[in-house]
Structure formats: C-alpha cells, structure tokens
Write a protein that binds this ligand. Structure first.
Ligand code: AVJ
Ligand code: FE
Length: 426
C-alpha cells in the first residue's frame, strides 16, 4: 500500500523529544537539591512530581494507551499521571510530602525507562494509524511533545517563586531593562472577520480546544499598541485601585480583601520603593516592562481606565500578521514593551505574540463542534467551567513549537503566577 499522506517525520520527532528532554533536564538541573520536594506554588504539586510527570505522561499516552504496551511501574504511572490546576491549596507539610513521593533516584530510573520506550516508539513504532482514536494523524505523538513543551513554562513560573539562592544563575545572563516607557497609543481596528479555530486536517496537530475551524465577525474596536507597563500600572496602584471595590468583580474583590492583596505578585516593596521579582534577582521595578498580573487585576485596571480587556476574537483580529517577539526561552524575564516593533501585527499592534501571554475577557469554552481528543480527553473539557479565561499569544517561556495562531491557553481569574500581561480595548 502506498502511503502518500504520512505526516510522520520520525527523525524530526525524535529530535524534538530529545530537545524537550534536554531542556527539562537543564531546568531541573538549575535547582539546589533542597528545592526538590518543595512546593513553590501551594496550588501545584511539589517539584518532584514534575520530573516524574513529564516522562510518565509521554509513556502513559503514547506507549501504554496508544500502542497498548504493558506498564513499567503502575503505581508511579498513576502517581505521576496528572497534576494541574487544583482549586484548593494543598496543606501538606514538607515532611509528609517527602514521605509520599519517591526518591529522586527512583524518579530518574523510571524516567530513563519511559524515555527509552517513548524514543523506541517514535523511531520505529506503529504510531500513525488512520482511524485509530489516538494514533490517527499520530495525535498522541504531538500531544506528548507539546505537553512537555508547555510544562517547561509551568516549571519556569514555579522556579520564579523559589528563593534566589536555590537557583543557579546562568553566568552570561542579564535582564534587559533599558528602553523608555512607550507612550499610550490606541489603534483602531475596523470591523471584519477573525479566524479562531482550525480544522483537524489543515495542520499537523492542534489541541481539541482549537478545533474545528471557527470564524467570527468582529465589530470595530480600539486596542492599545503596547502592553500595560509597570509604569502605567503603578498609577493604578498609587490611585488606590486595590482599595476600591468599584473596579473589581465581586468574586475578585473578595480575593483582594481576603488575601490582603495590594499589588501584583511580581512586585515587591522594600522601604518606600518598588521592586520586580526577577528569575534570579530583585530589580528596581523596570518601568518599561509589561506588568504581569492575574486576570482579576488586569480587568480591574481596564475598568479603572474606562476600558475593558479585548475578547479572544478581538485579540485574534488585532494579531494577524504578527511575528513573535520575546519567546522560546530567549530571556528569563520580560523585555521593555515596544522594543520589538518588527513583530507588530498588520495593524501595528506590538508584542501580541511574545513578552507575556495576553489576558482576554473570553471565558474558556469549546468552539461549536468541539470533540474531546482521545489521547487526552480531560485536557480541555475539565476547564469549561466559566472560571477560566482565555490567554493568547506567548511569553518568554513559551516554546516556539506552540506559537501557532490557534493555540489557546487558559487560567483561573485569580491565578497570579503566570507570565501574563494585558492591554486595554474599547
Ligand atoms: C493549558 C497551560 C493551562 O498547565 O494547567 C499540562 C497545560 N495540561 N498538563 C496547565 C497542561 C496538562 C495546562 N495549560
Ligand atoms: Fe501535565
């Protein structure tokens, strides 16, 4: 039989898997040993989980579920299967956590065997089978590769919260803090169509929430050329924005009050000065950097400015013709807003793909005709709950393989840890 339509470039996929594993190894290798069982974000598992989760997910999805092969270690495969977005804080203490999780050597031995079997499948397994629920168009292959790439961003924003002395700083790295604060400028986008989704057959892989093709008419609107910078957000903080319920949704205001939140999580105060918590050091607040905030804070700022967040469709329309700016691990921190004008969209809107995910006002929901993917049915469907909002674009920690226009990200409104910024629309 002649197979004319194979999309499987095995050497490229093997190379991608190796690239992923090497980067994950480098990220885990950055940390001091004492960080291994710690939990830099209370809502997420301790670090040990992720070193097991990446190979376990790849093995479970491609080798076990896809190819029907037997377990390596059923208990570890279950332990490391899933760990995203729990809605209540885990309160286990470090000693208990340590007792529940395997040793690092056990994790690594399991990972080595999982890697061996996954690589074997990528190199020569029967991983592309038309009509097979998981292997049609080699879905499970792309699923595991993109999954690991996405979690590298999870790792970075977790590492971001660790004490500086638990991270090895690359010797040549210095955050880029030059650059003037760009003036606020609003760009008018005329009414027109935006394409949000994509059909299964038109690209090698897309997650279930990107499908099927879906186009919408977008009325005329205006959008900021630049992300809201720290300098601009400081005006909101200084004007008492965190003390005034009028700017906040009731559920967000309860969070602000209960947690006594007075500024973005990435900001720190010492004496009468503001600082930015960078990956490796505390910096005097760089005024030209895009502010990183939760959806709740972004929406409050927009309301204070008599504006709003753009919808997902507006983002998509504004972004057409954009080139990536600060992405693919090119920096450990943001860069000044407006320092990559060459990436501007056809309308002149800058930094839409890079330098920080962009919050939208659109609750994460399926496109008409959505079907959960067989290789990972819970991936999106578990989060269609009205509590999660769509983020578009990319951050400095988003792998280049994820930079397609239809890619959608999402988080809860009050999740302040991610590299997410915003701009205003009207
Ligand atoms: C799509 C980034 C929201 O990190 O919670 C990883 C990605 N899902 N493993 C997350 C994901 C399962 C997910 N986000
Ligand atoms: Fe995962």
């Amino acid at each position: 039989m002649i197979s004319t339509s194979s999309i499987l470039d095995r050497p490229a996929l093997v190379a991608w898997y190796h690239r992923n594993r090497a980067r994950s190894r480098a990220l885990f290798g950055m940390l001091a040993d004492e960080a291994y069982y710690s939990q830099p974000i209370a809502l997420r598992h301790p670090i040990v989980f992720y070193e097991g989760h990446l190979p376990a997910f790849s093995f479970n999805t491609l080798v076990k579920k896809g190819l029907g092969r037997p377990s390596i270690d059923a208990a570890l495969e279950r332990l490391f299967a899933r760990g995203i977005d729990p809605d209540a804080e885990r309160t286990l203490q470090t000693a208990e956590v340590r007792a529940r999780w395997p040793t690092r050597d056990e994790v690594r031995a399991f990972a080595a065997e999982a890697d061996r079997q996954v690589l074997d499948a990528l190199a020569s397994g029967d991983v592309e089978r038309p009509g097979h629920p998981l292997l049609d168009r080699a879905e499970a292959v792309f699923c595991i590769l993109e999954h690991e790439a996405m979690h590298q961003e999870t790792l970075l924003y977790m590492w971001h919260r660790l004490p500086f002395e638990q991270k090895h700083r690359p010797t040549e790295y210095a955050p880029r803090v030059d650059g003037p604060v760009p003036a606020v400028e609003c760009i008018a986008i005329p009414a027109g169509r935006a394409t949000l989704g994509v059909d299964r057959e038109s690209i090698p892989f897309g997650w279930d929430n990107e499908r099927p093709a879906y186009a919408v008419d977008v009325p005329a609107f205006e959008i900021d050329r630049h992300d809201v910078t720290n300098a601009r957000f400081l005006e909101f903080v200084a004007a008492g924005g965190y003390d005034d319920f009028r700017w906040w949704r009731p559920e967000d205001w309860r969070w602000i009050e209960n947690e006594r939140i007075t500024h973005p999580l990435f900001w720190e105060r010492a004496g009468d000065r503001w600082y930015w918590r960078g990956m490796f050091e505390q910096l005097p607040l760089p005024p030209s950097w895009p502010v990183y905030v939760s959806h709740a804070e972004a929406a409050a700022f927009a309301r204070w400015r008599d504006a709003r967040l753009p919808t997902e469709a507006e983002f998509q329309r504004a972004a057409s013709g954009s080139a990536p700016s600060v992405v693919d691990f090119s920096s450990w921190d943001p860069e000044p807003a407006g320092s990559h004008p060459a990436g501007a969209s056809a309308w002149g809107v800058e930094d839409l793909i890079g330098n920080g995910w962009e919050w939208t006002s659109t609750p994460f929901a399926p496109f008409p005709g959505f079907r959960a993917m067989a290789s990972y049915p819970e991936y999106s469907a578990d989060f269609f709950d009205g509590e999660h909002f769509v983020m578009k674009g990319a951050s400095p920690a988003t792998a280049r393989e994820l930079l397609r226009p239809t890619f959608r990200n999402w988080f809860r409104a009050r999740y302040p840890y991610v590299y997410a910024t915003f701009r205003c629309a009207r």
